[in-house]
Design a protein around this ligand. Sequence first.
Ligand SMILES: CC(=O)N[C@H]1[C@@H](OP(=O)(O)OP(=O)(O)OC[C@H]2O[C@@H](n3ccc(=O)[nH]c3=O)[C@H](O)[C@@H]2O)O[C@H](CO)[C@@H](O)[C@@H]1O[C@H](C)C(=O)N[C@@H](C)C(=O)N[C@H](CCC(=O)O)C(=O)O
Ligand SMILES: Nc1ncnc2c1ncn2[C@@H]1O[C@H](COP(=O)(O)OP(=O)(O)OP(=O)(O)O)[C@@H](O)[C@H]1O
Length: 497
Amino acid sequence: MARSLAGLVAEFGLEVIGSTDGVEISGVTVRTSEVHPGDLFVGLPGEHSHGAGFAADARERGAVAVMTDRAGAALAETSGLPIVVVDSPRAALGDVSAWVYQTAEEPPLLFGITGTNGKTSTAYLLEAILRQLGLVTGLSSTAERHIGDLTVVSRLTTPEASELHALLARMRESEVRAVAVEVSAQALSKNRVDGIVFDVVAFTNLSHDHLDDYADMEEYFAAKLAFFEPERGRRGVVSLDSGWGHRVVEGSHIPVTTISATEGVDAEWRVEILDERAEFTEFRLTGPEGRSLQTTVPVIGWHMAANAGLAIVMLVEAGFELEAIGHAVQDGIEAYLPGRTERVSGDVGPTVYVDFGHSPDAFLNTLGAVRKVTSGRVIMVVGADGDRDATKRDEMGRVASEYSDILVITDHHPRFENPEAIRKMLIHGAGLAEHQAELHEVSPPEQAIRHAVSLAKDGDSILWAGPGHQDYRDIEGVRTPYSARAEARAALREAGW
Ligand SMILES: CC(=O)N[C@H]1[C@@H](OP(=O)(O)OP(=O)(O)OC[C@H]2O[C@@H](n3ccc(=O)[nH]c3=O)[C@H](O)[C@@H]2O)O[C@H](CO)[C@@H](O)[C@@H]1O[C@H](C)C(=O)N[C@@H](C)C(=O)N[C@H](CCC(=O)O)C(=O)O
Ligand SMILES: Nc1ncnc2c1ncn2[C@@H]1O[C@H](COP(=O)(O)OP(=O)(O)OP(=O)(O)O)[C@@H](O)[C@H]1O
């Protein structure tokens, strides 16, 4: 379904250099490596280069026109392609992509989730419940994107607007009826969800993270709050489990309802934990007028029940009956959450979980969850991201040491940082704990997990936090294939478990 460049120019009243005659656009992209024949190539000014400088390359790959800013227009001139000039190509990207892909026509039900922790988990749980209700679903998350039964690997948590609209168009072709989208603060700050009005938006929590992208917690919060505006969402569900939830309710410009799994917090919906086992967490969700539902999530931790409760209330806000949801999930929510406290061990020997947590608050919750289902000692293996918010490392180290019995500090994605320096910062943090864990420092993570397994006995648990679902390590900008889940399984096998 191509659309004419002349039509685009007329629709948005744009300035154009060159001829639009006979130019038909079938897609939009911001990356030359992803250009398909017939695409409009959007030259974004970046941190390292101006995308418009790659217009000639885009043309070779089949792009038929360029959209960029005035500085970019000068760079794109040599490509010989018609150039549409806008003030901010990033700000125009969402609406232009929506128009090219016609995503406003017959949209599926759209659910968006933001917050520091729990976005991926809530999105997966929401998708699982929708499937149990019999709908064909879509998902956009840090771990994977789903178009019905098709799985596509993700690069960013929230894709650029051009990619997101293209994804929605493909979902429409596959008759997807409801989509769960994880929306990062960066996505809100950088126009990645422009041109989309979600039926229901949700806020999980806010805690220390991303203070390399945002000056302070207030600025980080303001980025998230922008989700609760009429141009982003119709209705909202706000978790009051972190203190910031009340601020979202106060600042929201759309109608919101509230939920909490924390005792003593007054919310319209309440999550009550009934049982915490190694295999599942059972909870009751009670709403206004005492309406309630009881079910399980196949993951450890109160916070996962909180995420499931949030997902269910999002569905209620979208018009699903609580009773129908209760019926669909009466035998439990059938979800698989890749790399979220994912158990990779078998029935004998220590239990090993691989997790994606990379913030102090995530450590606090996952360590608490592991402790609840462990009869022996809790061993934690952890490394921190290089070239990402270094100010959280002290607190990561402190929480890790405070709530584990044995702490093995290792490497994660060093990127362009010195891995030893990162480890030292975590070790410094660990030294700030009141009750300090026994500390080990083992540099390569393959060795660290083997070391942790060698220390573990039957009844102990190992939590490896950081790598989660990921299938690479980023060392000096090179992504080396690597799977923590596979390494952990191999370590257990080698140890005879
Ligand atoms: C720091 C940051 O936000 N970087 C983003 C930015 O990259 P950049 O400014 O460095 O781009 P650049 O290299 O200067 O290139 C400028 C433009 O030219 C294009 N280009 C460049 C070279 C080329 O050969 N061809 C080409 O087309 C690029 O695609 C880009 O559009 O523009 C790129 C294209 O849109 C993004 O992919 C990239 O996100 C990077 C990968 C990133 O990691 N972003 C992080 C901060 C992020 O967004 N994270 C959030 C949060 C996750 C969470 O919750 O934990 C997320 O949503 O993922
Ligand atoms: N509701 C919650 N409250 C606090 N911590 C949580 C919650 N849900 C999940 N976590 C923790 O945070 C980690 C990351 O979870 P998840 O991937 O769902 O969050 P996310 O918001 O998608 O993070 P990211 O954007 O980094 O992918 C989990 O592995 C767990 O340790």
